[in-house]
Design a protein around this ligand. Structure first.
Ligand code: CP
Length: 319
């Protein structure tokens, strides 16, 4: 594996290798000295053309924990505002010594373009491209689920688990990456959304579809993953995806009443950032079932694993 661009084509063994490596990385958490020397001398360039809190900071933390140096680029405040292209931005950071690129971009396919355009010949990790994929989010979600359901998660998958993903599937790269990865790991995946928030392309995706959250909860899932209503992408598309925010909350929100209906083993997940009071109530977000903070913690270990597996053995490129 040279790049990590998505989970659609990530194999079972590759996924388990990343998750098992993340378990090893997690063992550093309780040490007085949390750093490993693994990437000493390497430079990880974090290219963020879209806003981020969790992904950006955890990639920076992961690189630092592995003793890499980082080039932390965000489009706001950069020469992108003067019209500089993706290619010229990449060539600029490459000239400063980047050994790997982590990229978040509003355009679906941006990470693939960077990996295959021939501008550079170093690993590319997709940190979220448009509505396409967000593979490290799905991997940290799978890590969280494995930890939940196995005392010793090493080598274990998610066979026979039922994960329900709820909400704005249309705009969600998190949903797409999770549907592919969780099904590769053996889970049954069901998405729940209004018809207006389901992409037509998902007819070929490995998941079931339901339109009623109450009916999905009645099936006794092991986890419900609530997705952010992406109001900014809806506004850009002209709106009209559902009548009102209040109605969305009533029909598709994880309200306190629905929280009480979840089966005993069922956990609540959310990739963040949350719209409290819209897709998830404060009662659900703050409940003992919520794993939102655990998901963030897992993100550092998973991103350490991905950087280690992709970057540790690479030669520094000729420039
Ligand atoms: N889950 C996620 O990608 O969050 P950020 O946008 O804050 O990185």
């Amino acid at each position: 594996m040279k790049h990590l661009l998505g989970t659609e084509h990530l194999g079972y063994d590759e996924a388990l290798q990343i998750l098992d490596t993340a378990e090893t990385m997690a063992q550093t958490q309780d040490r007085a000295l949390k750093k490993l020397p693994t990437l000493r001398g390497k430079i990880v360039a974090n290219l963020f053309f879209e806003d981020s809190t969790r992904t950006r900071l955890s990639f920076e933390t992961a690189a630092e924990r592995l003793s890499a140096d980082t080039l932390d680029f965000s489009a706001s405040g950069s020469s992108v505002s003067k019209g500089e292209s993706l290619k010229d931005t990449v060539l600029t950071l490459s000239a400063m010594g980047a050994d790997a690129f982590v990229i978040r971009h509003s355009a679906s396919g941006a990470a693939d373009r960077l990996a295959h355009a021939g501008w550079v010949d170093i690993p590319v990790i997709n940190a979220g491209d448009g509505t396409h994929e967000h593979p490290t989010q799905a991997l940290l979600d799978a890590y969280t689920l494995r930890r939940e359901f196995h005392d010793d998660p090493i080598g274990r998958d998610l066979a026979d688990r039922h994960i329900v993903i709820v909400g704005d599937i249309l705009h969600s790269r998190v949903a797409r990456s999770n549907i592919h990865l969780l099904s590769t790991l053996g889970a049954k995946v069901t998405v729940v959304a209004p018809p207006t928030l389901l992409p037509t392309s998902m007819v070929n995706w490995p998941c079931g579809v339901m339109f009623s959250l109450d009916e999905a909860i009645a099936e006794g899932p092991d986890a419900v993953m609530m997705l952010r209503v992406q109001k900014e992408r809806m506004s850009a598309a002209g709106g009209g995806f559902f009548p009102t925010l209040a109605e969305y909350h009533r029909i598709y929100g994880l309200t306190a009443e629905r929280l009480a209906e979840l089966p005993e083993q069922c956990i609540v997940m959310h990739p963040g950032p949350m719209n409290r009071g819209l897709e998830i109530s404060a009662a659900a977000a703050d409940s003992p079932r919520s794993r939102a903070v655990d998901q963030v913690r897992a993100g550092v270990f998973v991103r350490m694993a991905v950087l280690y597996l992709l970057v540790a053995s690479t030669e520094t490129p000729e420039r």
